[in-house]
Design a protein. Structure first.
Length: 269
């Protein structure tokens, strides 16, 4: 809903000639109250005039407009159709000039629509490019694969890695012209960038290891010094480590606060 100047009274709030200066504030819209605290000390309080509510004008009840009841404006429901052009981005603004609220004596304001881009479960946007994270099993990364990509406009794209073409973990590849359309140039599109994530098996049966070694490049030979110490590796979770450090820091901070000496208070008499 928006406020509009009442067409019935042309935004006056009453009949022609019925608008008068407020006798309480003299048309200033401000009520000044003077208080004397002590002889020679005067306090002046300035408030909005309660009679005219700061407008500086008054209309007799019998002369007020029956539609707006003297308020000069009316509330009206209006539906605005927002057109989002291809390629618009998050945070981009669409302005409706003069569609804001009307106030007597002022030009109507604008309505500003700010676009908020909704996250997609599959694609992530970066300018005019789209980014897709794709999981690959180890056999697909080593021996080739075919994958189907369902696009935002309902098409199916097939990508192929031929046998012998190894796809590395976190490798990036792109498809030209399959990204987002460019703003005000919708026939030009960005890239569809694919980042591959290779899923490795957690364990392997011991009997297949010799066959794998026969197929894969040989290990790099390591010369181990006689005095080398053999150690054990453990799994590490960076997020869990960060939580532990944060918890330890809070505990140390709390101990410092509890052990801090109390502040010296001023003596009173």
């Amino acid at each position: 809903r928006k406020t509009l100047l009442d067409e019935k009274c042309e935004g006056r709030g009453g009949k022609k000639g019925s608008v008068q200066n407020c006798p309480t504030c003299g048309g200033n819209g401000v009520h000044i109250q003077v208080q004397q605290f002590t002889p020679g000390v005067i306090h002046q309080i300035q408030t909005v005039c309660p009679e005219c509510k700061g407008e500086g004008e008054r209309i007799k009840p019998q002369d007020r407009c029956k539609v707006c009841t003297g308020n000069k404006v009316v509330r009206e429901k209006k539906i605005l159709e927002v057109q989002v052009d291809k390629g618009m981005t998050d945070g981009q603004k669409i302005a409706f000039s003069g569609e804001g609220n009307h106030e007597p004596g002022l030009e109507p304001g604008d309505i500003i629509i700010v676009l908020e881009e909704k996250e997609h479960p599959v694609f992530k946007r970066s300018g005019s490019d789209l980014i897709l994270l794709m999981d690959l099993q180890l056999v697909e990364a080593l021996c080739g694969f075919q994958k189907v990509i369902h696009t935002l406009d309902g098409r199916d794209l097939v990508i192929t890695a031929i046998p012998g073409e190894v796809t590395r973990h976190k490798e990036l590849k792109c498809i030209l012209g399959e990204g987002m359309p460019q703003y005000k140039n919708p026939f030009e599109k960005g890239r569809l960038i694919i980042q591959f994530s290779v899923i490795f098996p957690t364990t392997l049966p011991p009997e297949i290891i010799p066959r794998l070694e026969a197929c894969l490049p040989p290990r790099t030979e390591q010369i181990i010094p006689d005095n080398a110490e053999e150690v054990t590796m453990f799994e590490m979770n960076p997020e869990e480590e960060a939580r532990k450090r944060s918890s330890q820091f809070r505990n140390v901070y709390d101990e410092d606060e509890q052990g801090a000496p109390s502040r010296v208070q001023c003596a009173t008499h």
